[in-house]
Design a binder for this molecule. Sequence first.
Ligand code: ATP
Length: 588
Amino acid sequence: MRPSRWPRPLLSAQRPLLFEPRPSCRLPHCRYRLNSTAPSPVDTQGRTVYYEPPSTYLGTDERIPFDRWLQPGLVSALRETFPAVKYATKTQRELFKAVMLGQDVMLQTPTGSGKSFSLMLATLSKEPQALDAQNITSLIIVPHRDLAYQYYRWIQRIHEAIPEIGSLDSVAQILVRGASVPLEDRLRVLREEPPHILIGTPQALLEAYQSSPETLMLDRLSAVVVDEVDYLLEWTTQTRDKYKRLKAERMLRKHPTPTRQLLDAIYQPVRLPLSGKKRIKAEKTIQPKPPGDYRPQLVMASATFRATFRQSILGGGWFREAGGWVKIADNLKKDKDIHAQEDIRAVWSLGGTSIKHHVLVVSETGKVENLRAGETTEGSPDAKTEVRRVDGEALKSTVGNPKSDAPESAEPHQDDMDTDPFNPHLLEAIAEAFALDVPRLALLVLPASAPVRQIIGELRKLGVNAQGLDVLEEAGGGAYLTQEAPEEVTETPTLFVSTLATTRGLDLPSLTHVFILGLPKDRPGDAYMHAGGRVGRFGRSGKVITVIEKQCLITTRKGEKRWVDQANIIRKALTQMGIVPTKLSHFA
Ligand SMILES: Nc1ncnc2c1ncn2[C@@H]1O[C@H](COP(=O)(O)OP(=O)(O)OP(=O)(O)O)[C@@H](O)[C@H]1O
């Protein structure tokens, strides 16, 4: 492991690393000189751009010590292994306190503000139910394998400083699908040495539970943590249409996701029939669980933990009754007082003191232009009209209607809006922006269904050092999980390629750029925040560059072909998030 060279001096005294001149663009057809930029380290809004955290950044104005709520041994190991982590943030302090007091928690702070890190510390500090028992103390459920390994790597690093607490297997183990060790062998290790913390993906945990319920000892857990919860639990949106809502709730009950099944197995909630006479009868007969009944503490976390989602999951029956759980968030308003439009503002979900946002619009002929706020794109006679039939007849759409109440309607609802990831012009635009702007490490987030390997191949043909993101491999990202400061601008920067499903929650501190290819279909605002949130972590800055096709042909669920003006859709989505895209130099 490379020794950390962070914190580094404040960048204002010198040119930011990002803007180091580089000899030439590696793309054969590229017409730009790389060293022609030399922009100031101040962004368009006059804020200083930090590509490494300023040494003064603590995440809080207060100097909050870690040792008030965490175990002293852990605090000294933290000091030794993460010297940059000096003080806790206010929300971290609240979380530690709640976990140690055994309260249920809903945690929402922006991306990169230290949620997962503090959950790791809190669970390490959490005591088991019975001190002499051989139990798993905490279960951490995460959406994908790489996030499980990130938790594991953090714990491994801390464990190196305090090996006397026991073997690493007794401190933490991982249960994910597709691991090289077969499930049976993983279960055997779990039985022989139950870890203090078990980290796993819902599918793998459910498989393990179904094949050997006694191994997981779900009834003896002290705490259950669900990270990136709004990705793992589906929910019903607030709709005035009672029948639609009931239908959606029935579907949830009929087809529960693995996370829902696990939570049901742990908490065994009493669920009343959804409606009708049976419900009225059940309401009269079912007794609430006695207050003394044991249940593990439940912590759910996400940067996009919307008020509507919180309200919906309270109906899941996993949380303690009102008053038994706490909300820890920057927005401490009561959920009922949070307006939908306020809830989707980037300020509540997207971290970073100074992330810059750019949108590159690529025409059919390959012309690349910056999208500028407040402009209607050429060929779109009416900014309110985003969807046009192939025959040219304009259709009014309520996409991104800022007057609408529901947060979901603030985001484009399209039928099947697929950006063609193989569109050579899009890939060329990414390759060009990458070659011109990225000093060492960037991430490309593809639509969920995109063939990652083929796109890596295409990008390599364009001269980009593209790699699949796989933190199990050092070269695939593993080395970057704990690398807090890069040494220098490299001659061959790396572009990791992944999809949103496998990047949520990941912390690659030296990442400076995120490229997003196309608009995600499902809740694009949240997807944008999670993809963009891979930069600007804990005081750092970064750039989010979205690359879209100017006009995109979609197939609706009814099978009709329609042209979609993606530029207007993304402009409105950004406006509602409170994000102002700025010009990326080098492009018109
Ligand atoms: N108190 C602290 N002081 C300094 N650095 C911290 C502190 N807490 C966390 N960090 C660092 O901040 C970075 C981001 O942490 P983490 O991944 O936990 O954020 P997050 O809020 O979970 O992000 P996301 O919402 O994207 O999952 C990590 O590199 C971590 O080491």
